[in-house]
Write a protein that binds this ligand. Structure first.
Ligand SMILES: Cc1ncc(COP(=O)(O)O)c(C=O)c1O
Length: 393
């Protein structure tokens, strides 16, 4: 099987598994226990925190471990909502956010918050000028804009947005879940106040995340209890997973330092070049210059993404449709709609996402199988490109 769905989740790195194992066995102790074994587990958590902090250029005490990326986003957004209140504040976000930001923001709007959603250009990047206008008009409030989009991999102009937010006294959160570990993210260079991380997007397991809180920012905990994580997220620590996240962060930092991600980008570019050269009616979506190295978002004229996904699965290639599949029916996603991509083109797209484990041989083999799947789909379709004739489960 050729796995090309790394924006959905990544394979856990064998060194991460190895690092986690002792904490399911011998080192099972509660990190709050005062005896030596407890203290040694506590030290392992501190080391993991140090690694996560180093990956993004933060201080150790600015990192809070969470249960997942969705939790990180909800924690910060709900805290900001409580701090700013709904009377005079504005919540500013982008139209292409993940549901882990869209939904909590929607819930705020439902209870009376003023919400402004900024649009994107054809390349899928937020319009800074529009963001500036919204900030200027807002009395006070907070903003949440993602670092890299999960569907297209397009990197947002976060530096510019942060600076505008700062000028206007607007607190700034970024969902960096598809960026951390894939591209350089450094909070010393980008003045975000809050940043969300998820382990399973860069070779740690699912169910572990982190939240960066810049020193001095105001924060209201969502989960209160025993005071773990400096009182910012109570609950006995998920030690093996925290250790796993620390190991994944260390591996990602070393890979980024060696520019190992250039190899992933080279494989992605090779994939795109071959698809464009060898299949008619292929369109590459999203910015070419501002994107993480792991993602290709491709439309195949006259095909339906959901159908191609099934044909490719049968042929041993795992990818995602380029747009969300709602109630079993392929719908153009909110991201593609926002980019002005036609419904037809959106529905015919695939998200093909790579990792450090993807080889050139796999890419070449995947291209051959995609060529066959597209040919098969188009022959069944009769080349008209209108109306699906294949029935999908
Ligand atoms: C941009 C983005 N935000 C948030 C999430 C949610 O992260 P988690 O699965 O860790 O809850 C994802 C996962 O797909 C994502 O891609």
């Amino acid at each position: 099987m050729i796995y090309l769905d790394n924006h959905a989740t990544t394979r856990v790195h064998p060194e991460v598994v190895e690092a986690m194992m002792p904490f399911f066995g011998e080192q099972f102790h509660n990190p709050s226990s005062g005896y030596r074994a407890g203290r040694s587990v506590k030290k392992a958590i501190a080391e993991a925190r140090g690694e996560v902090a180093e990956l993004i250029g933060a201080k150790e005490e600015e990192i809070v471990f969470t249960g997942c990326g969705t939790e990180s986003n909800n924690m910060v957004l709900k805290s900001l909502a409580r701090i700013y209140g709904r009377k005079s504040s504005t919540v500013i976000t982008g139209v292409i956010e993940h549901s882990a930001v869209l939904r909590p923001v929607q819930a705020m709007e439902d209870v009376g918050f003023r919400v402004k959603r900024c649009g994107v250009d054809v390349e899928g990047r937020l319009r800074v000028a529009e963001f500036r206008e919204v900030c200027e008009a807002a009395e006070t409030g907070f903003a949440s804009v993602m670092w890299a989009n999960n569907e297209t991999g397009v990197i947002q102009p976060v530096v510019g947005l942060c600076e505008v937010a700062r000028e206007h006294g607007i607190a700034f959160h970024t969902d960096a879940i598809q960026a951390v570990g894939k591209t350089r993210v450094d909070v010393r260079e980008v003045p975000v106040d809050f940043l969300s991380i998820s382990g399973h997007k860069f070779h740690a397991p699912k169910g572990i995340g982190a939240l960066y809180l810049r020193e001095g920012v105001r924060f209201e905990p969502l989960i209160r209890g025993g005071g773990q994580e400096g009182g910012r997220r109570s609950g006995t620590e998920n030690v093996p997973y925290i250790v796993g996240l620390g190991k994944a962060a260390e591996l990602a930092r070393k890979a980024l330092e060696k520019d190992a991600h250039a190899g992933i980008a080279a494989n992605r570019d090779h994939l795109e070049q071959r698809l464009v050269a060898e299949i008619d009616g292929v369109v590459l979506n999203g910015s070419r210059d501002h994107r993480v190295p792991t993602c290709a978002h491709v439309s195949f004229e006259g095909c339906e993404g959901a159908g191609l996904l099934i044909l490719l699965d049968e042929a041993g290639v795992q990818v995602s449709t380029g747009s969300a599949c709602m109630t079993g029916k392929q719908q153009p996603s909110h991201v593609q709609k926002a980019m002005g991509i036609s419904d037809e083109q959106a529905k015919s797209s695939l998200r093909i996402s790579l990792s450090q484990f993807t080889t050139r041989e796999e890419i070449d083999e995947a291209v051959e199988r995609i060529k066959k799947a597209v040919k098969k789909f188009r022959s069944v379709q009769g080349g008209s490109g209108v109306g699906p004739v294949v029935v999908y489960p």
